[in-house]
Ligand binder design. Structure first.
Ligand SMILES: Nc1nc2c(c(=O)[nH]1)N[C@H]1C(S)=C(S)[C@@H](COP(=O)(O)O)O[C@H]1N2
Ligand SMILES: [Mo]
Length: 209
């Protein structure tokens, strides 16, 4: 199932089938290490000018632009979760820390009539998610991975983590959340991948919709 036009991550990992205490979603297998996986180059980011934009159909109709300092004032949270790539590789027990999406959305809510969102990385990579996905208990704006600030290739300074969805749903180098009244499709969702991407329902491909 690994092919070039999928949100996979190439070869080079070592497989493992031992010692995992919790069940894996259907069709996934554990790997012990993963090479970073993304389209294009790792962007250079200046925290002084960095902003997280919350736009589109916001409750107050305004576009909000948070600086790194403002993001840092929001409550922090952390947890351990598996990372499921649609290439069927699962990296177990990643420790993530950052700001809960729920805490962000409490302060900058979408319009009640806008259940959809696009999450944008710098350079245009984006994924479509729902507001419900962003309100999931483990939906996270991650700043740290395994106790360290995100490495540049893993999304520094900020990446979206949605453990209940496949990895492609979480842009690294996150720069914007945009709310919508109508469904939109993101980068991979326009290229044959599932609108929702729930790992437990194995929603990999658009033809399953
Ligand atoms: N900006 C951006 N974010 C991205 C991607 C990408 O191509 N660009 N790939 C996604 C996919 S398919 C996966 S599996 C994970 C990989 O994260 P990792 O490189 O930290 O393992 O990042 C996701 N976020
Ligand atoms: Mo992926």
């Amino acid at each position: 199932m690994d092919h070039d036009d999928s949100p996979g991550d190439g070869s080079g990992e070592r497989s493992s089938d031992s010692g995992h205490p919790h069940p894996l979603p259907p069709g996934q297998r554990l790997v012990e290490a993963r090479r970073p996986n993304h389209y294009g180059r790792v962007p250079r980011v200046d925290l002084q000018t960095w902003r997280l934009t919350i736009s589109g159909a916001t409750a107050d109709g305004a576009e909000h632009r948070l600086s790194w300092g403002e993001l840092g004032e929001l409550p922090r949270t952390e947890f351990v979760a598996d990372h499921h790539c649609a290439s069927r590789r699962t990296l177990a027990d990643v420790h993530w820390a950052g700001v809960g999406c729920r805490d962000l959305l409490e302060r900058f809510p979408p319009a009640q009539t806008a259940p959809y969102a696009l999450a944008y990385a710098s350079y245009g990579y984006h994924s479509n998610v729902t507001v419900d996905d962003l309100l999931a208990p483990q939906a996270l704006l991650a700043t740290h991975m395994n106790g360290q600030p995100l490495a540049p290739e893993h999304g520094w300074p900020l990446r979206l983590i949605l453990p209940h969805l496949y990895g492609w749903k979480g842009p690294k180098w996150l720069v914007a959340l945009e709310f919508h009244h109508e469904p939109r499709r993101g980068f991979w969702e326009q290229r044959g991948h599932h609108f929702t991407g729930d790992v437990w329902r194995e929603e990999r491909f658009a033809h399953q919709e």
